[in-house]
Write a protein that binds this ligand. Structure first.
Ligand SMILES: Cc1ncc(COP(=O)(O)O)c(C=O)c1O
Length: 420
């Protein structure tokens, strides 16, 4: 009997292999390839001792091992309270109690992003995204059939409020404003650009939206807020900025990048109890609670000061790694060949602009030449919701050690030289 094709749902039909899977298979097919692509953390500085101590301390408790039991859908109260306290030390929200009460834990911040988009958007709806933006989020929107529209930026990458007002007016004229469901910004040491938004820019987005009568939920993704190298980026989040007062606000962050990616714990707080309730209902359908043991470990770590100790270790380590890659690219002569980038003050990425005529996309001759030379990167065109330029590249200095970063930078520079 011939097998009948499976009749997939619309979501199943839209689902495509994520680009990261394609990049990973390139890695497997090409042993010896040095990856500047994956946004992973560095195995050398993962907090083995802190996690062991936390595990031992849990096991030594004389009480029942509740930490090995299912937890609650919204997350462990102790961990939520500690994380809310850490967030409130950086913020001045008008309703502090709301921030605490509406705090939640997710399976990485990725899950929170998916929950938010699932409860807010139908196929054909629109989400405003920063330009460039987090490519896994953009792929998620494609998977949900949702249209990403970029927040306009000027030549320095700052949000252009005048152009945003015109964009919103265009949506209104085409009767599409009603399809605008949310705005998404990665506002601290962004993936991929390493840029941070200042308070004026953030407030200008709110003012433009309010002026257009589009008081839609804002999702602020602060995944890299704690991963500054020397000084924090001092801009407050949308939770505290008066321009966003009237908007439903979802603030998301994670303990993966600043502590242990493998524990996969993310968190957030929502100013709107109705929106939070909907997200938690859907989380109940997904998993009815994030791994309780991982949350218990992190609660131990934070309560014992282990989070701050780990941040003290990784901030200078990632800064050194960033400088190794940056200097390798300078030594390889990239600036003289017309390449440019801003030296980041935090995060895990260098965001390169190649000469305008150089195509760096996944199928380009340049990308193939890099793989042949033994170095992999994320093509920057994946990081745009629309109107993607072809000459951008994201390089991650997260995974490789310093010697490999220098070698990867040299290989990359040699290819750039051949195409220069
Ligand atoms: C901007 C941004 N947001 C969210 C995430 C998701 O992180 P996690 O699910 O590990 O918390 C990432 C991961 O790379 C990211 O770069």
């Amino acid at each position: 009997m011939t097998k009948a094709p499976i009749a997939y749902s619309a979501l199943g039909r839209r689902a495509q292999p994520p680009t990261i899977a394609r990049l990973m298979s390139l890695m497997l097919e090409n042993p010896g390839l040095l990856s500047l692509a994956a946004g992973f953390t560095d195995n050398r500085t993962l907090p083995v001792a802190a996690v062991r101590r936390a595990g031992e301390s849990l096991a030594a408790r004389p009480t029942e091992p509740e930490y090995l039991q299912y937890g609650t859908n919204q997350g462990r109260p102790g961990l939520r309270s500690l994380l809310a306290g850490r967030l409130l030390a950086q913020e001045t929200p008008s309703n502090i109690e709301n921030v605490r009460k509406n705090f939640f834990i997710t399976n990485g911040s990725q899950q929170a992003l998916y929950l938010a988009m699932q409860v807010l958007c139908d196929p054909g709806d629109i989400v405003l995204v920063d330009r460039p933006s987090y490519f896994v989020f953009l792929e998620m929107l494609v998977g949900l059939g949702v249209r990403a529209v970029s927040l306009p930026v000027d030549s320095a990458g700052r949000i252009d409020a005048g152009a945003l007002r015109a964009l919103l007016e265009g949506l209104r004229e085409r009767d599409e404003l009603k399809r605008l469901k949310a705005v998404y910004v990665v506002s601290y040491f962004s993936n991929p650009s390493a840029r941070s938004l200042d308070e004026v820019e953030k407030s200008a987005v709110a003012e433009a939206l309010a002026g257009a009568g589009a008081v839609v939920p804002v999702v602020e993704d602060a995944a890299y807020r704690d991963l500054f190298f020397e000084t924090p980026h001092l801009a407050r989040s949308v939770l505290s900025l008066p321009a966003w007062d009237a908007f439903p606000k979802l603030y998301l962050s994670t303990l993966t990048k600043p502590f242990a990616t493998g524990l996969k714990i993310g968190y957030g707080t929502c100013s709107d109890p109705g929106l939070l309730a909907k997200m938690l209902h859907v989380k109940g359908h997904h998993d009815f609670g994030t791994a309780n043991y991982n949350q218990a470990l992190l609660e131990e770590v934070i309560a014992g000061g282990g989070m701050d100790a780990q941040l003290e270790i990784i901030r200078p380590a990632y800064r050194r790694k960033m400088l190794v890659l940056h200097e390798a690219l300078i030594t390889a002569g990239l600036p003289g060949l017309g390449w440019s980038w801003v030296v980041p003050a935090g995060g895990l990425y260098l965001w390169l602009e190649a000469p305008a005529t150089l195509d760096t996309g996944l199928e380009s001759a340049f990308c193939r030449a890099c793989v042949e030379a033994g170095v992999l990167y994320v093509p920057g065109d994946l990081c745009f919701g629309d109107d993607a330029p072809k000459n951008r590249i994201r390089l991650s200095f997260g995974v490789l050690g310093e010697a490999d970063l220098a070698e990867a930078g040299r290989r990359f520079g040699a290819v750039a030289g051949r195409f220069g």
